[in-house]
Design a protein around this ligand. Structure first.
Ligand code: GDP
Length: 253
C-alpha cells in the first residue's frame, strides 16, 4: 500500500503544494519606514539574523535642509529548517530628515505603485513562470518613543500608505520607556489611528475549532498592537545562556 506521502489524490494536495513551495522557496518584501536612528536596521538584522542592513550615515545640516529620501533595496537568501526565503528589505533612508518632509511620501508611493505595475505586466506576459514578485507585502512603520503619540508626518504617511500596503506600526526603542509609558503610548496610538481612519494590518481571527493555546497566542498578539520593540546586535551571557540584549549600567535588557 502506498504511504501517505506517495498517495496521488486530492487528499495529498496540501502536501504536494507545500513541498513545491518549500522547494521553490518564498519571496517576501518588507518595507521599513521611519525617521533615521529609530533602530530600523538593528531590528531587521535582529529578526532575520543577517547583516542585511547597515546603519546609515547621519545626514549633514545641509542635507537636512532639503528632502534626501532615497529608496534602497537589499536582498538576502535565508534558509531556516530547510525552508528557503528570499527576503528583500526596502529601506527609505532620509525619511523625515529634511526640514520640510511633506513630499517624503511621494517617492514611497511611486515605488509601491511601480512594483504593482511591474507585476501586472509580468503576469500579462508570456513568461509567467519566472515572475519575480517585488510587490511590498508588508510595511513596518516606526514610531518614535519620545513623542506623545503620532507626529503629523506619521499620520500623513500612514494615511497615504494604508490603502496600498499592510502597515505594521512599531514603537521603536521601547526600552527607553517604562511599562506604564509603553501601555499609555500604545493606547494613544490606537486612538489616534482610529481618529484618523488609518487602517493597519489586522491579524486574522482564528477558526473556532483551533486549540486553546493558539487562540490565546493570537489574542495576545492582537492586544499587543502596536508592537513595542527593543533590539540589539550584541549578545550577552545571562545565567549561562547567550542572549541578544542591550547592556546598561544597571543591567541587561
Ligand atoms: P536606523 O537609522 O533607523 O536604521 O537606526 P539604527 O538601526 O542604525 O540604530 C540607530 C542607533 O540606535 C544605534 O546606535 C543602535 O544601537 C540604537 N538602537 C537600535 N535599536 C535600539 C533599541 O531598541 N533601543 C535603544 N535604546 N537603542 C537602539
Amino acid at each position: 500500500m502506498a504511504s501517505e506521502t506517495e498517495y496521488l489524490g486530492f487528499g495529498n494536495l496540501p502536501n504536494q503544494v507545500h513541498r513545491n513551495y518549500v522547494k521553490k522557496g518564498f519571496e517576501f518584501t518588507l518595507m521599513v519606514v521611519g525617521e533615521s536612528g529609530l533602530g530600523k536596521s538593528t531590528l531587521i538584522n535582529c529578526i532575520f539574523n543577517t547583516g542585511l542592513k547597515t546603519g546609515r550615515q547621519i545626514p549633514s545640516v545641509n542635507e537636512h535642509l532639503e528632502s534626501t529620501l532615497k529608496i534602497e533595496t537589499n536582498t538576502a537568501d535565508i534558509e531556516e529548517r530547510g525552508v528557503k526565503l528570499k527576503l528583500t528589505v526596502v529601506d527609505t533612508p532620509g525619511f523625515g530628515d529634511s526640514l520640510d518632509s511633506v513630499d517624503d511620501c511621494k517617492p514611497i508611493i511611486d515605488y509601491i505603485d511601480d512594483q504593482y505595475e511591474k507585476y501586472l505586466n509580468d503576469e500579462s506576459g508570456l513568461n509567467r513562470r519566472q515572475i519575480a514578485d517585488s510587490r511590498i507585502h508588508c510595511c513596518f512603520y516606526f514610531i518614535s518613543p519620545v513623542n506623545y503619540g503620532l507626529k503629523p508626518l506619521d499620520v500623513m504617511t500612514m494615511k497615504t500608505l494604508h490603502n496600498k500596503v499592510n502597515i505594521v506600526p512599531i514603537i521603536a526603542k521601547s526600552d527607553s520607556l517604562t511599562k506604564e509609558e509603553v501601555q499609555a503610548l500604545k493606547k494613544r496610538i490606537v486612538t489616534e489611528l482610529k481618529t484618523h481612519g488609518i487602517q493597519i494590518y489586522s491579524i486574522p481571527d482564528c477558526d473556532p475549532d483551533e486549540d486553546q493555546d493558539y487562540k490565546e497566542q493570537v489574542r495576545q498578539l492582537k492586544a499587543a498592537i502596536p508592537f513595542a520593540v527593543s533590539s540589539s546586535l550584541e549578545t550577552h551571557e545571562v545565567k549561562g545562556r547567550k542572549v541578544r540584549g542591550r547592556a546598561y549600567g544597571w543591567g541587561i535588557v
